[in-house]
Design a protein around this ligand. Structure first.
Ligand code: HPA
Ligand code: ZN
Length: 324
């Protein structure tokens, strides 16, 4: 089964590239850039990854990414991840990035884009992977800042497959970003949003109704609202579910209690993803394997989940056809 899951051609749709920063690379980049880390060793970094909730993770996530300064750093970050994903049987990856978190540290958007774009081209060429890019807005920062970043990204609009919405969810409903997402829609840029991870089901509704998103990231709390579940099923709205993330951020207590089987029984369009693999105990394959251990799903079920991701990915028709 392990071999089957590894070989199964998988697509990853929910991955924060800054959350793929492994401690080894964090140390290497800190040294390259003359940055002092608050840790003595790689083991010490890993030992610090005990989270109480989303915010306690975000604090370390934003701290960790401070080692990213040059385009080469962003290139190394993404390339490191693409190589690992490739080795796990991932054939298509959609990477989210958080431009505001870097702009706030004085790292220009052009630097971020140069490094990430170069890595995407190299992965496409050398690893025969396809990739997509999602520019995410930080929902715990003001909406007008997100709007300025969207306008600032004008030279790169063509390179964006979507815009997204992430960071601390509670108290920052999708409605806060309705103008920003309306502008993205005018520009013809597709939209996704995190909703229903820690936040209530009403945030999922808002993301659909006010932001016109084509996918919901996480969405696991939809189960608290049966009419919403029915709507997600009817409209075939994909959920990008991240089981190991949900365990590590205590959205669920244990993988055995994860709502994935219920979401599946409800007939929802589900995909399995890693979210922040360096922080949550592994990449896509680790998430597939964790579900296999917890739920004992058949090969057929995993094949459907993998197929779902390919069907709802930001892919051109010929590549999608080739991956089917
Ligand atoms: N949730 C919200 N924001 C994030 C996450 C997450 O799991 N990872 C990185 N930014
Ligand atoms: Zn996420």
């Amino acid at each position: 089964m392990q071999d089957f899951l590894k070989r199964l051609p998988k697509a990853e749709l929910h991955l924060h590239i800054e959350g793929s920063l492994e401690p080894e690379l964090m140390f290497a980049l800190a040294e390259r850039n003359g940055i002092e880390l608050p840790y003595a060793s790689v083991d010490e970094v890993r030992a610090a990854y005990e989270f109480e909730d989303l915010q306690s993770f975000l604090n370390l996530y934003y701290q960790g990414m401070a080692v990213l300064r040059s385009a080469d750093d962003f290139f190394d970050l993404a390339m490191d991840y693409f190589r690992r994903a490739h080795a796990e049987g991932v054939v298509h990856v959609e990477i989210s990035f958080d431009p505001q978190a870097h702009l706030a540290r004085g790292i220009e958007l052009g630097v971020q884009m140069e490094g990430l774009s170069r890595a995407r081209r190299q992965a496409e060429r050398e690893l025969d992977m396809s990739t997509a890019l999602i520019m995410s807005f930080l929902r715990d920062r003001p909406a007008d800042e997100a709007m300025r970043v969207l306008e600032q990204a004008a030279p790169y609009w063509e390179m964006l497959d979507a815009v997204g919405l992430d960071s601390a969810e509670c108290g920052h409903p999708p409605s806060k970003f309705r103008e920003v997402f309306a502008r993205a829609m005018t520009l013809g840029i597709p939209r996704v949003a995190h909703a229903g991870e820690e936040g209530p089901p009403s945030y999922i509704r808002e993301a659909l109704d006010l932001l016109d998103v084509c996918r919901i990231d996480h969405g696991v709390r939809c189960l608290e609202d049966s009419a919403l579940v029915e709507r997600l099923r009817e409209e075939r709205i994909p959920l990008t579910v991240c089981p190991l993330s949900n365990v590590r951020l205590k959205v669920v207590e244990h993988i055995d209690d994860h709502p994935l089987p219920k979401l599946m029984d409800a007939g929802l369009l589900l995909t399995l993803n890693s979210d922040d693999p360096a922080y949550f105990g592994g990449g896509v394959l680790a998430n597939y394997l964790a579900c296999q251990r917890a739920f004992g799903w058949s090969k057929e079920t995993f094949a459907i989940l993998a197929r779902n991701a390919i069907e709802v990915a930001f892919l051109d028709d010929s590549r999608r056809q080739a991956l089917r």
